[in-house]
Design a protein around this ligand. Structure first.
Ligand SMILES: Nc1nc2c(ncn2[C@@H]2O[C@H](COP(=O)(O)OP(=O)(O)OP(=O)(O)O)[C@@H](O)[C@H]2O)c(=O)[nH]1
Length: 439
Protein backbone atom coordinates (compact mmCIF):
# COMPACT_ATOMS: atom_id res chain seq x y z
CA UNK A 1 0.00 0.00 0.00
CA UNK A 2 1.37 3.42 -0.96
CA UNK A 3 1.85 5.76 1.92
CA UNK A 4 -0.04 9.04 1.96
CA UNK A 5 1.86 12.06 0.69
CA UNK A 6 4.15 13.22 3.51
CA UNK A 7 2.43 16.67 3.55
CA UNK A 8 -0.78 15.10 4.83
CA UNK A 9 1.08 14.09 7.97
CA UNK A 10 1.63 17.77 8.68
CA UNK A 11 -2.11 18.51 8.69
CA UNK A 12 -3.80 18.92 12.07
CA UNK A 13 -6.96 17.26 10.78
CA UNK A 14 -7.36 13.48 10.46
CA UNK A 15 -7.30 12.03 6.95
CA UNK A 16 -8.36 8.48 6.11
CA UNK A 17 -8.68 6.70 2.77
CA UNK A 18 -11.42 4.06 2.61
CA UNK A 19 -11.96 1.58 -0.15
CA UNK A 20 -14.54 -1.21 -0.13
CA UNK A 21 -15.39 -0.21 3.43
CA UNK A 22 -11.86 -0.87 4.67
CA UNK A 23 -9.33 1.65 5.92
CA UNK A 24 -6.48 1.85 3.43
CA UNK A 25 -4.46 4.86 4.55
CA UNK A 26 -4.35 7.27 7.49
CA UNK A 27 -2.27 10.31 8.39
CA UNK A 28 -0.66 10.91 11.79
CA UNK A 29 -3.48 13.14 13.01
CA UNK A 30 -5.91 10.32 12.27
CA UNK A 31 -3.86 7.85 14.35
CA UNK A 32 -3.83 10.38 17.20
CA UNK A 33 -7.58 10.91 16.95
CA UNK A 34 -8.19 7.14 16.96
CA UNK A 35 -5.67 6.69 19.81
CA UNK A 36 -3.72 4.08 17.80
CA UNK A 37 -0.09 3.44 18.72
CA UNK A 38 0.76 2.07 15.29
CA UNK A 39 -0.92 2.31 11.88
CA UNK A 40 -1.47 -1.48 11.84
CA UNK A 41 -4.15 -1.09 14.49
CA UNK A 42 -6.20 0.85 11.96
CA UNK A 43 -5.19 -0.20 8.46
CA UNK A 44 -7.28 -2.96 6.91
CA UNK A 45 -10.01 -2.54 9.53
CA UNK A 46 -13.61 -2.00 8.55
CA UNK A 47 -14.36 1.71 8.85
CA UNK A 48 -17.44 0.81 10.90
CA UNK A 49 -15.18 -0.56 13.62
CA UNK A 50 -14.41 3.05 14.48
CA UNK A 51 -17.99 4.26 14.56
CA UNK A 52 -20.48 4.28 17.37
CA UNK A 53 -22.97 1.49 16.43
CA UNK A 54 -25.83 4.00 16.38
CA UNK A 55 -24.03 6.10 13.77
CA UNK A 56 -23.21 3.16 11.46
CA UNK A 57 -26.39 3.55 9.37
CA UNK A 58 -25.78 7.24 8.85
CA UNK A 59 -22.22 6.48 7.72
CA UNK A 60 -23.43 3.87 5.28
CA UNK A 61 -25.97 6.26 3.76
CA UNK A 62 -23.30 8.87 3.30
CA UNK A 63 -20.93 6.40 1.65
CA UNK A 64 -23.65 5.34 -0.78
CA UNK A 65 -24.51 8.91 -1.55
CA UNK A 66 -20.93 9.93 -2.18
CA UNK A 67 -20.49 6.92 -4.44
CA UNK A 68 -23.18 8.25 -6.81
CA UNK A 69 -21.64 9.40 -10.06
CA UNK A 70 -23.08 12.95 -9.72
CA UNK A 71 -21.29 13.34 -6.37
CA UNK A 72 -17.99 12.06 -7.57
CA UNK A 73 -15.23 14.52 -6.75
CA UNK A 74 -17.55 16.78 -4.73
CA UNK A 75 -16.99 17.02 -0.97
CA UNK A 76 -19.98 15.91 1.10
CA UNK A 77 -21.48 18.22 3.68
CA UNK A 78 -19.79 17.86 7.08
CA UNK A 79 -21.57 15.75 9.69
CA UNK A 80 -20.72 15.05 13.30
CA UNK A 81 -20.10 11.37 14.10
CA UNK A 82 -19.43 9.59 17.33
CA UNK A 83 -16.10 7.89 16.75
CA UNK A 84 -14.88 4.96 18.83
CA UNK A 85 -11.12 5.03 19.40
CA UNK A 86 -8.77 2.06 19.74
CA UNK A 87 -8.88 2.72 23.50
CA UNK A 88 -12.67 2.39 23.49
CA UNK A 89 -13.31 6.10 24.09
CA UNK A 90 -15.97 8.03 22.23
CA UNK A 91 -15.07 11.24 20.42
CA UNK A 92 -17.23 13.66 18.52
CA UNK A 93 -15.70 14.17 15.08
CA UNK A 94 -16.88 16.52 12.37
CA UNK A 95 -16.45 14.42 9.23
CA UNK A 96 -16.43 15.39 5.57
CA UNK A 97 -15.65 13.10 2.68
CA UNK A 98 -15.13 13.07 -1.03
CA UNK A 99 -15.37 10.18 -3.53
CA UNK A 100 -12.27 10.06 -5.66
CA UNK A 101 -9.83 7.75 -7.38
CA UNK A 102 -7.04 6.56 -5.17
CA UNK A 103 -4.16 4.68 -6.75
CA UNK A 104 -6.25 3.92 -9.79
CA UNK A 105 -9.33 2.62 -8.04
CA UNK A 106 -12.41 4.35 -6.54
CA UNK A 107 -12.06 5.27 -2.90
CA UNK A 108 -13.43 7.73 -0.37
CA UNK A 109 -11.10 10.24 1.29
CA UNK A 110 -12.44 11.22 4.68
CA UNK A 111 -11.22 13.99 6.90
CA UNK A 112 -12.24 14.63 10.41
CA UNK A 113 -11.84 17.34 13.03
CA UNK A 114 -12.06 16.37 16.68
CA UNK A 115 -14.92 18.38 18.14
CA UNK A 116 -15.15 16.51 21.43
CA UNK A 117 -13.83 19.41 23.41
CA UNK A 118 -16.08 21.87 21.63
CA UNK A 119 -19.06 19.58 22.12
CA UNK A 120 -18.29 19.38 25.84
CA UNK A 121 -18.02 23.14 25.93
CA UNK A 122 -21.35 23.49 24.16
CA UNK A 123 -22.90 21.06 26.59
CA UNK A 124 -21.51 23.00 29.54
CA UNK A 125 -22.69 26.22 27.97
CA UNK A 126 -26.20 24.83 27.46
CA UNK A 127 -26.25 23.60 31.04
CA UNK A 128 -25.02 26.88 32.48
CA UNK A 129 -27.50 28.76 30.27
CA UNK A 130 -30.25 26.53 31.59
CA UNK A 131 -29.12 27.09 35.20
CA UNK A 132 -28.85 30.81 34.64
CA UNK A 133 -32.34 30.97 33.14
CA UNK A 134 -33.78 29.01 36.06
CA UNK A 135 -31.99 31.29 38.54
CA UNK A 136 -33.10 34.37 36.60
CA UNK A 137 -36.72 33.26 36.65
CA UNK A 138 -36.73 32.28 40.32
CA UNK A 139 -34.61 35.10 41.69
CA UNK A 140 -36.17 37.50 44.15
CA UNK A 141 -34.36 40.49 42.64
CA UNK A 142 -35.51 42.27 39.52
CA UNK A 143 -32.98 42.43 36.71
CA UNK A 144 -33.39 45.44 34.41
CA UNK A 145 -31.65 47.28 31.62
CA UNK A 146 -32.46 50.74 30.30
CA UNK A 147 -31.23 52.74 27.34
CA UNK A 148 -29.53 56.13 27.66
CA UNK A 149 -32.94 57.86 27.88
CA UNK A 150 -33.99 55.66 30.82
CA UNK A 151 -36.47 53.61 28.76
CA UNK A 152 -36.60 50.05 30.10
CA UNK A 153 -35.29 47.67 27.45
CA UNK A 154 -35.52 44.49 29.43
CA UNK A 155 -36.84 43.53 32.84
CA UNK A 156 -36.74 40.13 34.56
CA UNK A 157 -39.77 38.13 35.71
CA UNK A 158 -39.06 39.19 39.34
CA UNK A 159 -40.95 42.40 38.49
CA UNK A 160 -44.25 40.47 38.66
CA UNK A 161 -43.69 39.81 42.36
CA UNK A 162 -42.01 43.10 43.27
CA UNK A 163 -44.13 45.64 41.34
CA UNK A 164 -47.13 43.53 40.29
CA UNK A 165 -46.54 44.23 36.57
CA UNK A 166 -45.81 41.78 33.75
CA UNK A 167 -42.37 42.45 32.19
CA UNK A 168 -43.94 43.57 28.87
CA UNK A 169 -45.93 46.24 30.75
CA UNK A 170 -42.69 47.74 32.07
CA UNK A 171 -40.57 47.38 28.96
CA UNK A 172 -40.74 50.50 26.81
CA UNK A 173 -41.64 52.74 29.79
CA UNK A 174 -39.27 55.09 31.58
CA UNK A 175 -38.41 54.26 35.17
CA UNK A 176 -39.83 57.67 36.19
CA UNK A 177 -43.34 56.31 35.78
CA UNK A 178 -43.03 54.12 38.87
CA UNK A 179 -40.81 56.35 41.03
CA UNK A 180 -43.09 58.23 43.45
CA UNK A 181 -40.41 60.81 44.22
CA UNK A 182 -38.53 62.18 41.25
CA UNK A 183 -35.79 63.32 43.68
CA UNK A 184 -34.98 59.63 44.36
CA UNK A 185 -34.57 58.92 40.66
CA UNK A 186 -32.49 62.09 40.15
CA UNK A 187 -30.18 61.13 43.05
CA UNK A 188 -29.77 57.66 41.55
CA UNK A 189 -28.97 59.06 38.08
CA UNK A 190 -26.47 61.53 39.54
CA UNK A 191 -24.70 58.73 41.47
CA UNK A 192 -24.53 56.50 38.37
CA UNK A 193 -23.16 59.32 36.24
CA UNK A 194 -20.60 60.28 38.90
CA UNK A 195 -19.33 56.80 39.86
CA UNK A 196 -20.39 54.54 36.96
CA UNK A 197 -22.06 52.20 39.47
CA UNK A 198 -24.06 52.15 42.68
CA UNK A 199 -24.49 49.49 45.30
CA UNK A 200 -27.48 49.15 47.65
CA UNK A 201 -28.77 52.56 46.59
CA UNK A 202 -31.99 53.36 48.48
CA UNK A 203 -35.24 54.49 46.86
CA UNK A 204 -38.96 53.90 46.61
CA UNK A 205 -41.24 52.58 43.86
CA UNK A 206 -44.99 52.42 43.40
CA UNK A 207 -46.51 49.01 42.82
CA UNK A 208 -49.34 48.44 40.38
CA UNK A 209 -51.77 48.35 43.36
CA UNK A 210 -50.56 51.82 44.40
CA UNK A 211 -48.58 50.61 47.41
CA UNK A 212 -45.23 52.37 47.83
CA UNK A 213 -42.36 50.00 48.55
CA UNK A 214 -38.76 50.56 49.62
CA UNK A 215 -36.19 49.30 47.17
CA UNK A 216 -32.45 48.90 47.07
CA UNK A 217 -30.70 49.16 43.69
CA UNK A 218 -27.29 47.90 42.59
CA UNK A 219 -26.50 48.93 39.04
CA UNK A 220 -23.80 50.03 36.66
CA UNK A 221 -23.69 52.32 33.66
CA UNK A 222 -23.43 50.86 30.15
CA UNK A 223 -21.28 52.51 27.50
CA UNK A 224 -21.24 51.99 23.74
CA UNK A 225 -18.06 51.22 21.77
CA UNK A 226 -17.39 54.98 21.47
CA UNK A 227 -17.44 55.30 25.25
CA UNK A 228 -20.77 57.20 25.24
CA UNK A 229 -23.31 56.51 28.00
CA UNK A 230 -25.74 53.89 26.68
CA UNK A 231 -27.95 53.10 29.67
CA UNK A 232 -28.02 51.32 32.97
CA UNK A 233 -28.10 47.66 33.91
CA UNK A 234 -28.61 46.17 37.34
CA UNK A 235 -30.97 44.71 39.88
CA UNK A 236 -33.35 46.09 42.43
CA UNK A 237 -35.03 44.37 45.33
CA UNK A 238 -37.95 44.99 47.65
CA UNK A 239 -36.51 45.90 51.07
CA UNK A 240 -39.75 47.23 52.60
CA UNK A 241 -39.76 44.67 55.41
CA UNK A 242 -36.16 45.45 56.35
CA UNK A 243 -36.79 49.21 56.14
CA UNK A 244 -39.91 48.91 58.29
CA UNK A 245 -37.90 47.03 60.87
CA UNK A 246 -35.15 49.66 60.75
CA UNK A 247 -37.73 52.43 61.09
CA UNK A 248 -39.32 50.62 64.04
CA UNK A 249 -35.92 50.16 65.72
CA UNK A 250 -35.13 53.83 65.18
CA UNK A 251 -38.50 54.81 66.61
CA UNK A 252 -37.96 52.57 69.64
CA UNK A 253 -34.48 54.01 70.19
CA UNK A 254 -36.05 57.49 70.35
CA UNK A 255 -39.20 56.68 72.30
CA UNK A 256 -39.89 56.46 76.01
CA UNK A 257 -41.48 53.02 76.38
CA UNK A 258 -43.83 53.98 79.22
CA UNK A 259 -45.43 57.13 77.82
CA UNK A 260 -44.71 56.73 74.09
CA UNK A 261 -43.25 60.27 74.07
CA UNK A 262 -39.80 61.14 72.73
CA UNK A 263 -37.06 60.03 75.08
CA UNK A 264 -34.29 62.22 76.45
CA UNK A 265 -31.93 61.58 73.53
CA UNK A 266 -34.52 62.34 70.85
CA UNK A 267 -35.75 65.37 72.77
CA UNK A 268 -32.30 66.91 73.10
CA UNK A 269 -31.54 66.26 69.41
CA UNK A 270 -34.84 67.76 68.25
CA UNK A 271 -34.38 70.63 70.69
CA UNK A 272 -30.99 71.43 69.23
CA UNK A 273 -32.24 71.48 65.64
CA UNK A 274 -35.35 73.53 66.52
CA UNK A 275 -33.16 75.98 68.45
CA UNK A 276 -30.84 76.41 65.46
CA UNK A 277 -33.75 76.80 63.02
CA UNK A 278 -35.33 79.40 65.27
CA UNK A 279 -32.05 81.33 65.50
CA UNK A 280 -31.60 81.20 61.73
CA UNK A 281 -35.15 82.37 61.01
CA UNK A 282 -35.15 84.72 64.00
CA UNK A 283 -38.46 83.21 65.08
CA UNK A 284 -39.61 82.77 68.67
CA UNK A 285 -39.13 79.47 70.49
CA UNK A 286 -40.33 78.44 73.95
CA UNK A 287 -39.15 75.66 76.23
CA UNK A 288 -41.28 74.29 79.07
CA UNK A 289 -39.80 71.98 81.69
CA UNK A 290 -42.34 70.15 83.81
CA UNK A 291 -41.91 68.11 86.98
CA UNK A 292 -44.77 66.27 88.70
CA UNK A 293 -45.25 67.42 92.30
CA UNK A 294 -44.64 65.10 95.23
CA UNK A 295 -44.37 62.16 92.92
CA UNK A 296 -42.38 60.21 95.47
CA UNK A 297 -45.31 60.32 97.86
CA UNK A 298 -47.67 59.17 95.08
CA UNK A 299 -45.42 56.18 94.49
CA UNK A 300 -45.07 55.48 98.19
CA UNK A 301 -48.75 55.69 98.86
CA UNK A 302 -50.30 54.03 95.82
CA UNK A 303 -47.46 51.90 94.54
CA UNK A 304 -45.12 52.11 91.60
CA UNK A 305 -47.68 50.85 89.06
CA UNK A 306 -50.09 53.63 89.99
CA UNK A 307 -47.14 56.02 89.70
CA UNK A 308 -46.61 54.76 86.16
CA UNK A 309 -50.29 55.30 85.44
CA UNK A 310 -49.92 58.91 86.57
CA UNK A 311 -47.01 59.41 84.18
CA UNK A 312 -49.08 58.00 81.28
CA UNK A 313 -52.01 60.28 82.22
CA UNK A 314 -49.66 63.26 82.34
CA UNK A 315 -48.31 62.37 78.86
CA UNK A 316 -51.90 62.33 77.52
CA UNK A 317 -52.60 65.77 78.98
CA UNK A 318 -49.41 67.19 77.47
CA UNK A 319 -50.20 65.72 74.05
CA UNK A 320 -53.72 67.09 74.09
CA UNK A 321 -52.57 70.60 75.04
CA UNK A 322 -49.88 70.91 72.37
CA UNK A 323 -49.88 71.44 68.61
CA UNK A 324 -48.58 68.83 66.17
CA UNK A 325 -45.57 71.05 65.49
CA UNK A 326 -44.60 71.10 69.19
CA UNK A 327 -42.25 68.49 70.59
CA UNK A 328 -42.88 66.81 73.90
CA UNK A 329 -40.69 64.25 75.60
CA UNK A 330 -39.68 62.68 78.88
CA UNK A 331 -36.31 63.82 80.16
CA UNK A 332 -36.33 61.08 82.78
CA UNK A 333 -38.23 60.06 85.93
CA UNK A 334 -41.14 62.48 86.41
CA UNK A 335 -39.49 65.28 84.45
CA UNK A 336 -40.79 66.28 81.01
CA UNK A 337 -39.96 68.97 78.47
CA UNK A 338 -41.88 70.67 75.67
CA UNK A 339 -40.40 72.66 72.82
CA UNK A 340 -42.78 75.08 71.15
CA UNK A 341 -41.52 76.56 67.87
CA UNK A 342 -42.92 79.87 66.58
CA UNK A 343 -44.42 80.62 69.99
CA UNK A 344 -44.31 84.06 71.61
CA UNK A 345 -43.67 84.29 75.41
CA UNK A 346 -47.32 85.18 76.13
CA UNK A 347 -48.61 82.22 74.09
CA UNK A 348 -46.17 79.89 75.85
CA UNK A 349 -47.42 81.17 79.23
CA UNK A 350 -50.99 80.39 78.12
CA UNK A 351 -49.98 76.83 77.22
CA UNK A 352 -48.29 76.40 80.63
CA UNK A 353 -51.39 77.69 82.35
CA UNK A 354 -53.65 75.33 80.38
CA UNK A 355 -51.49 72.37 81.36
CA UNK A 356 -51.51 73.29 85.04
CA UNK A 357 -55.30 73.69 84.93
CA UNK A 358 -55.88 70.50 83.00
CA UNK A 359 -53.72 68.48 85.40
CA UNK A 360 -55.71 69.68 88.36
CA UNK A 361 -58.75 68.17 86.70
CA UNK A 362 -56.93 64.83 86.22
CA UNK A 363 -58.09 62.86 89.25
CA UNK A 364 -56.55 59.45 89.35
CA UNK A 365 -56.76 57.72 92.66
CA UNK A 366 -60.17 56.58 93.77
CA UNK A 367 -59.70 53.29 95.52
CA UNK A 368 -62.32 51.23 97.32
CA UNK A 369 -61.86 51.29 101.08
CA UNK A 370 -59.21 53.99 100.89
CA UNK A 371 -59.85 56.61 103.52
CA UNK A 372 -57.79 59.23 101.70
CA UNK A 373 -59.69 61.57 99.34
CA UNK A 374 -59.08 61.14 95.61
CA UNK A 375 -56.04 63.00 94.54
CA UNK A 376 -55.38 65.12 91.46
CA UNK A 377 -52.10 65.37 89.67
CA UNK A 378 -50.21 68.62 89.97
CA UNK A 379 -47.04 69.75 88.35
CA UNK A 380 -44.62 72.65 88.37
CA UNK A 381 -43.45 74.18 85.10
CA UNK A 382 -40.41 76.29 84.33
CA UNK A 383 -40.75 78.26 81.12
CA UNK A 384 -38.04 80.00 79.09
CA UNK A 385 -38.08 81.73 75.72
CA UNK A 386 -35.23 81.88 73.29
CA UNK A 387 -33.44 85.15 73.59
CA UNK A 388 -31.32 86.85 70.96
CA UNK A 389 -28.46 86.52 73.47
CA UNK A 390 -28.70 82.68 73.47
CA UNK A 391 -25.96 80.97 71.54
CA UNK A 392 -26.59 77.41 72.69
CA UNK A 393 -29.76 75.49 73.53
CA UNK A 394 -28.12 74.72 76.86
CA UNK A 395 -28.62 78.37 77.92
CA UNK A 396 -32.36 78.09 77.30
CA UNK A 397 -32.46 74.78 79.14
CA UNK A 398 -30.70 76.25 82.18
CA UNK A 399 -33.13 79.19 82.38
CA UNK A 400 -36.14 76.86 82.15
CA UNK A 401 -34.59 74.66 84.86
CA UNK A 402 -34.08 77.65 87.17
CA UNK A 403 -37.66 78.78 86.56
CA UNK A 404 -38.86 75.26 87.41
CA UNK A 405 -36.91 75.39 90.65
CA UNK A 406 -38.58 78.68 91.47
CA UNK A 407 -42.03 77.19 90.77
CA UNK A 408 -41.23 74.37 93.21
CA UNK A 409 -39.92 76.83 95.78
CA UNK A 410 -42.99 79.00 95.42
CA UNK A 411 -45.26 76.14 96.45
CA UNK A 412 -45.62 73.91 93.31
CA UNK A 413 -48.75 73.50 91.12
CA UNK A 414 -47.81 76.56 89.06
CA UNK A 415 -45.64 77.84 86.24
CA UNK A 416 -42.84 80.40 86.31
CA UNK A 417 -41.51 82.12 83.21
CA UNK A 418 -37.83 83.01 83.22
CA UNK A 419 -37.00 86.63 82.32
CA UNK A 420 -35.20 87.40 79.11
CA UNK A 421 -31.44 87.34 79.89
CA UNK A 422 -30.82 90.68 78.10
CA UNK A 423 -32.80 92.79 80.60
CA UNK A 424 -31.16 90.64 83.31
CA UNK A 425 -27.78 91.83 82.03
CA UNK A 426 -29.03 95.38 82.46
CA UNK A 427 -29.78 94.83 86.15
CA UNK A 428 -33.02 92.83 86.30
CA UNK A 429 -32.89 89.61 88.32
CA UNK A 430 -34.77 86.35 88.70
CA UNK A 431 -37.37 88.08 90.84
CA UNK A 432 -38.73 89.66 87.67
CA UNK A 433 -39.84 86.24 86.44
CA UNK A 434 -43.48 85.97 85.45
CA UNK A 435 -45.45 83.50 87.51
CA UNK A 436 -48.63 81.63 86.92
CA UNK A 437 -51.59 82.34 89.24
CA UNK A 438 -51.91 80.35 92.44
CA UNK A 439 -54.70 77.75 92.51
N1 LIG B 1 -43.72 55.03 89.14
C1 LIG B 1 -42.61 55.59 88.67
N2 LIG B 1 -41.86 56.36 89.48
C2 LIG B 1 -40.76 56.94 89.01
C3 LIG B 1 -40.32 56.72 87.69
N3 LIG B 1 -39.19 57.43 87.51
C4 LIG B 1 -38.93 58.06 88.70
N4 LIG B 1 -39.86 57.77 89.60
C5 LIG B 1 -39.97 58.20 90.95
O1 LIG B 1 -40.23 59.59 90.98
C6 LIG B 1 -39.89 60.05 92.28
C7 LIG B 1 -39.26 61.39 92.21
O2 LIG B 1 -39.14 61.86 93.50
P1 LIG B 1 -38.49 63.26 93.89
O3 LIG B 1 -37.33 63.49 92.95
O4 LIG B 1 -38.19 63.21 95.35
O5 LIG B 1 -39.55 64.31 93.55
P2 LIG B 1 -41.05 64.53 94.02
O6 LIG B 1 -41.45 63.50 95.03
O7 LIG B 1 -41.87 64.54 92.78
O8 LIG B 1 -40.98 65.90 94.67
P3 LIG B 1 -40.97 67.29 93.98
O9 LIG B 1 -40.43 67.14 92.63
O10 LIG B 1 -40.08 68.11 94.84
O11 LIG B 1 -42.37 67.79 93.97
C8 LIG B 1 -38.98 58.97 92.91
O12 LIG B 1 -39.70 58.31 93.93
C9 LIG B 1 -38.72 58.03 91.76
O13 LIG B 1 -38.59 56.67 92.19
C10 LIG B 1 -41.12 55.87 86.88
O14 LIG B 1 -40.83 55.61 85.70
N5 LIG B 1 -42.23 55.33 87.40
Amino acid sequence: MDPLPAELDLLPMAVMVVRDGLVRQVNRACLRLLEADVAQQVLGQSVERFLHPQDADLARQRREESARPEHFGLPMQSTAFRVQTCQGRIRIVLVSSVATVWQGAPAVVINGVDMTHLDELQHQLRESEHNFRRLFEKMQDVYYRTDAQGVVQHVGPGVIRVLGYQPHEIEGRTAESYYPQSADRDAFKAAIMAHGEVSDFPGQMVRRDGRVIDISISSHALYDHNGAFAGVEGIYRDVTQRKNLERELQRLARTDPLTGLSNRRALLELGESLFLASRQRNSPLALLMLDLDHFKSINDRFGHLEGDRALVALAQVLRSELRASDVVGRLGGEEFAMILPDTQPEEAAQVAERIVQQLRRTVLWVRDGDSAPPRALTASIGLANRSAADEHPQQLLERADRALYQAKQAGRDRWVQAPDPRPAAQGADAASATAGPRP
